[in-house]
Structure formats: structure tokens, C-alpha cells
Write a new protein. Structure first.
Length: 58
């Protein structure tokens, strides 16, 4: 259960990180970025974070 909460926390951090990066982009670039790309970035970053949490540090 603890791993589940940690993985959910990493996904949440990835989501906030991507939103922060998108917020820093200029308006024309932000409008040109498709929403699907933002969602994919959140999933990839969250998956990488969850994978690292499951495997543990080396």
C-alpha cells in the first residue's frame, strides 16, 4: 500500500512539473502544444518515477 501512495505521489509531482513547464512557455507556443502531448508527458514521467520507486535506487 505504501508503494501505491508513493507511485501516486510521483505521478502528481510529474503532473505539476509538466504544468509548470507549460505555464512558462510563451502564449503562442502554449496554444500550439496539443493537450494529448501534455497528458503523454505526465504519464511517461509518472511511469518512470513509479518504476524507479518499485525497483529502488541502485
Amino acid at each position: 500500500m505504501d508503494r501505491l501512495f508513493r507511485a501516486a505521489g510521483r505521478v502528481a509531482v510529474a503532473f505539476l512539473l509538466v504544468l509548470g513547464v507549460v505555464a512558462l512557455l510563451p502564449a503562442p507556443v502554449r496554444d500550439a502544444v496539443p493537450e494529448g502531448l501534455i497528458g503523454a508527458a505526465v504519464l511517461v514521467l509518472g511511469g518512470l518515477g513509479a518504476r524507479r520507486g518499485v525497483r529502488g535506487p541502485r
